[in-house]
Every structure is written in C-alpha cells, then in structure tokens.
Design a binder for this molecule. Structure first.
Ligand code: F6R
Length: 362
C-alpha cells in the first residue's frame, strides 16, 4: 500500500502535485478570478470583519503563519496567529467581527479544539480548515473547508502542510473578493500562480537526487539552521521542525533578520544553514544574512528562484519562478532534505519516537 515507496512519508511527499490539484479542483474560475468554497459567510459579514484569528499547533501553525502573510496583504484584514495551547480569546475584542480559523489536519487536536471552543463561547464565528471528513472539529464550527490531501499516514505532516497553504490561499482570495480588497485581475493572477504549484512541485521532486546528495553530505552536522523572511519565515520554521522530528537532529528556524540578535553565536563550520530566498521572502535582505553566516564558515544551501545566485551558495535548490507561491514550493525541498537526513541516520521515519499522529491530550 506504500505504492513501491519505502516510507509513507516519501510517498506522501510525492503525492503533493496531485494533492494541490485536488485542493483547487472545482473551486476556482481562473479567468473570472473567483473562488467558491461553499461557505455560509455573507458578503456583509466578510465586509464587517475586523480581525481573523488563526489557531493551530505545530506544522498547522506554520501554515497559519504563511496564510496570515497572505491575508493581511490580499484580504486587507488584521490577522493574528496563535499557538492553540496559548490562545486566550481576549474579551476586549469585538467577537461578532472576529472570525476564528482553526487549522488542523486531523481535526482532533485537543489544544486546537479547546481554543476553538473558547472563541465560539464568546460569540465569534468559526471556520475549520482540515483534512479529515467528519472529524470533531467539523462538528463544532460554523463552516469547514477541506484541504482534500487524502490520508496522511506518516506521523510527520508533509503533503497536508502544502495543501493547507493552498487552501488558505483560496480562503484569502475568497475574502479578498468578498471584501472588495482585490480586483478581478489581481485575483486571477493569484489563482494563476496557484495553478502553477503542482507542476512546480513536480520539478522539485525531480531534483530529489541533488537533495539526497546534500543530505548525505551534511547528515553528521552538529546542528542545522533554517532562515527566511516574510513567507520564507514559516517555511524555515517548518523545515526545522520536520528535520528535528524525523532525524532527531538539532535544527532551528529563524527569521533571517534575527540571526544577528543571538543565534549567530551558534554558527560554525559544522552548522549548515538552509536559506529560503524566493519571491515574497525579501531575498536581497536574506542575502546579507547568508554572507554573515558564510563569514563564520557555515556552509549554505540556497533554496532560490534566482537564476543568478552569483555563486554565494555552496549549493542551490532551484525553485521554479512562479511568484507568490514559491516559498511553499521551496518547502518541498526541505521535506526531502529532512527525509534523506533521517534515512541516512536509519531513523524510523514514519513513526518517529515519542510522537503521535493526532494529539488528543492537552
Ligand atoms: C508535524 C506534525 C504536528 C502537527 C500538530 C497539529 O509534522 O505533524 O506538529 O502538525 O500536531 O496537528 P493537526 O494539524 O492534526 O491539528
């Protein structure tokens, strides 16, 4: 049932072009620039909306951070993203004008459900973005949008992250449309970029031998750092989480600009730095950070769509130039990197120690 793959995780990584197509299927009219998600949110409600609060854990939280960047910019709405176990619905906000979005692959995560109940109890509208039909979360919210990734067996989330980001991008365009924050041309162009994601991911998957080679070369490093800005920041955080979960190696993700405020002290020749420098990630600023770590001797892998990376990187993982969604496509390299480091180390990739696929305790 692993379809010839050694691990579910690798199978699921390779399923991503199809997963993204499924998330988009029947929901978009690319020419008209419209999105239909079958939601019960009225245009009046969407327009009156003052804030979106996203609640989630782990990888889903990083998908939420990615979405926040899009929503702020394209749906013209204030967004806050909360680690579900830290969420308090602040009474000083206007609950009737707050939409609380729970992002949860399983739909069963206790911390996320608890946050959602708090919000709903205060009178906020709620929306679930989930993979699991009929899960607990879907029974408790006002609206659900399924990410349609298909079952994910590997404990570490891979395809569901990309599908969550895809689906949340649809939610962004939908709200941009309802709130009149985006013209139909602007919406059409985002949808066009979104439609380019499956084949861009396929190109990344085709480059797997390069990733495997680098993973082998660096597998015994002391520590791994991931840096990125803007939409590259949640991707860096997610890349580090994936690596630590399945390889048990120490990895940290940082906003590129934060390096010099502390983490730089840890950078040595034995700490490879993986830098996300695609569109929408303030790549030129991140380039300064790359130079900072290189001058301390750290090897740098650039995840980049720049055709001319002027040889600053020791290695590049090339991301096809598709604009807005490049960072999430770049994330696929980080999934493959984590997978191959873990494989090199002989880890139990589909069932990492101490972890469960759905965390139903608080
Ligand atoms: C990471 C991972 C976890 C989950 C988190 C939330 O690979 O799988 O961090 O993302 O436990 O789970 P869901 O999305 O089911 O609420």
């Amino acid at each position: 049932e692993k379809g010839g793959y050694e691990h579910y995780m690798r199978k699921e990584i390779h399923e991503q072009p199809r997963a993204v197509r499924q998330a988009l299927s029947g929901r978009i009219d690319e020419l008209a620039g419209t999105v239909d998600l079958d939601l019960s949110l009225s245009e009046e409600y969407c327009r009156s909306l003052d804030e979106i609060q996203i609640v989630a854990c782990g990888t889903s939280y990083y998908a939420g951070l990615y979405a926040a960047g899009l929503l702020e910019e394209y749906a013209d709405v204030r967004v806050s993203v909360h680690i579900a176990s830290e969420y308090e619905f602040k009474g000083n906000r206007d609950p009737w004008r707050t939409l609380v979005v729970a992002v949860t692959q399983s739909g069963e995560t206790a911390d996320t459900l608890r946050a959602l109940r708090k919000a709903a109890g205060s009178g906020a509208r709620t929306l679930a973005v989930t993979n699991t039909v009929g899960s607990t979360v879907t029974r408790e919210v006002d609206d659900t949008v399924y990410i349609r990734a298909g079952p994910e067996i590997g404990v570490a989330a891979s395809k569901t992250f990309v599908s969550q980001v895809t689906t949340l991008t649809l939610v962004t365009v939908y709200l941009g449309q309802q709130r009149d924050a985006l013209s139909s041309n602007e919406r059409a162009s985002i949808l066009e970029e979104l439609s380019a994601v499956p084949s861009a991911i396929q190109q990344v998957l085709d480059a797997e031998p390069t990733v495997q080679r680098e993973a082998k070369a660096f597998a015994d490093s002391e520590s791994f750092f991931f840096i990125g800005r803007r939409l590259g920041h949640p991707v860096a955080l997610e890349g580090a989480l994936k690596l630590k979960e399945i390889s048990y190696e120490h990895a940290e993700g940082f906003a590129g600009g934060e390096l010099k405020h502390g983490p730089l002290a840890l950078v040595t020749e034995d700490t490879p730095v993986i830098a996300v420098l695609t569109d929408e990630t303030n790549a030129s600023e991140t380039l300064h950070n790359v130079k900072e770590v290189e001058s301390r001797g750290a090897p740098v892998i650039g995840v980049t769509s720049d055709d001319d990376p002027n040889a600053v990187f020791d290695t590049t993982f090339d991301v096809p130039s598709i604009g807005l969604m490049e960072p999430v496509v770049g994330n696929v390299y980080l999934q493959l990197f984590a997978y191959h480091v873990a494989k090199e180390k002989g880890r139990d990739i589909d069932k990492p120690r101490n972890l469960a696929k759905s965390v139903t305790v608080e």
